[in-house]
Design a protein around this ligand. Sequence first.
Ligand SMILES: NC(=O)c1ccc[n+]([C@@H]2O[C@H](COP(=O)([O-])OP(=O)(O)OC[C@H]3O[C@@H](n4cnc5c(N)ncnc54)[C@H](O)[C@@H]3O)[C@@H](O)[C@H]2O)c1
Length: 385
Amino acid sequence: MAKKIIRFGVIGLGLMGREFGSAAARWSHLLAMDVQPVITGICDTNPALFGWFTDHFDSIKVQSADYHDLLASSEIDAIYCAVPHNLHAQVYIDIIRAGKHLLGEKPFGIDAAANAQIMAVLAEHPQVFVACSSEFPFFPGAQRIFKLLRDNPFGPIIEVEAGLLHSSDLNPDKPLNWKRMAAINGEYGCMGDLGMHPLHIPLRLGWQPRNVRALLSKLVTERVDKTGQRVPCDTWDNATLVGDVVSADYGQFPMTIKTYRIAPGETNTWYLHITGMRHSVWFSTRYPKSLYTLAYTPGGAQIRGEESLGYETAYPTITGGIFEFGLSDAILQMWAAFCDELAHGRDGMKQPFYCATPAETQQQHAILTAALASHRQTQVIPVAG
Ligand SMILES: NC(=O)c1ccc[n+]([C@@H]2O[C@H](COP(=O)([O-])OP(=O)(O)OC[C@H]3O[C@@H](n4cnc5c(N)ncnc54)[C@H](O)[C@@H]3O)[C@@H](O)[C@H]2O)c1
């Protein structure tokens, strides 16, 4: 099949930049895609990171430590940008102004003001397609819940719990990096790192809470820097947010969002649990092959179920239906959704679940900004918008 080629530049070649490279390299995993990303540009201020890309991709035409070189190149249609949060606003704005399409990383601006700047420039460039990276909703269990939500077997919802829990910072002797420095990572701390992940599906369903009460923890207040000196580690490690959601379809219910960087026993666990009067469903990437349910008909029995999930994906692949699905598969599926929407528009996509939108990142910022104020003031704070 002739494929439409999208020529990508990657800005930020660290942890996530390479994940995108790997997804592009195994595009053949996807079946029936009529669009394909090809990496033609790479940029990082650390040139030591070029080698992995140049070793594996012979399509690269531009490599530079200055991202403006990628933006000026006629060899690049779109950018994947995975840089520290303090750079999001400037770099994303420059990308959009250069007329390049953008998959940006969350939180899409270090704070609400930075996000508003990005949104303002985006409004001036409607021809540029922009989305935010969020891959966990592409896990088969999450996709199944999303489909179920459209049919609403749940009845009135009793509560929603969602979160992203990991243990990256459990070791107090782990050296400081930019993710633990508020000046670079942002005042949100763990919420900015992780918040978009659990919020993506709730926001897609219109479940932006009207208000929020947040409890934030700083468990490790000092870490060693590169020179071995103990220096302040000034970001929030863990956050629990409880919001009051009012939904025309599902009623009024509390939604609890947890973003933990210090969660013993969790490596990188995304979960969504919806408890309803007639049906409940629970999915966690910790048990990626299981979808747990509880069905109840009024006056009848409460019946628990565990469905074995296979490799049931938004975009079909070569993988057998009973095989396992993992994070790199979710990233590939997210990339397929981005390229599909870029090539065909939202209405022409091969499946209905599109990447997180800039408007959803704005809602995320409203929630996280309210969460900071809530913790500071020990109060319930209304969520703007
Ligand atoms: N979607 C996910 O699951 C996920 C996971 C981790 C991180 N992230 C997000 O991805 C982004 C990057 O995180 P990461 O973990 O890849 O970080 P990282 O530190 O591994 O990589 C960031 C890279 O950006 C480079 N960089 C810094 N300044 C630059 C500049 N001016 N121009 C070009 N490159 C520059 C750094 O040298 C580094 O290589 C963040 O927004 C983070 O929140 C997303």
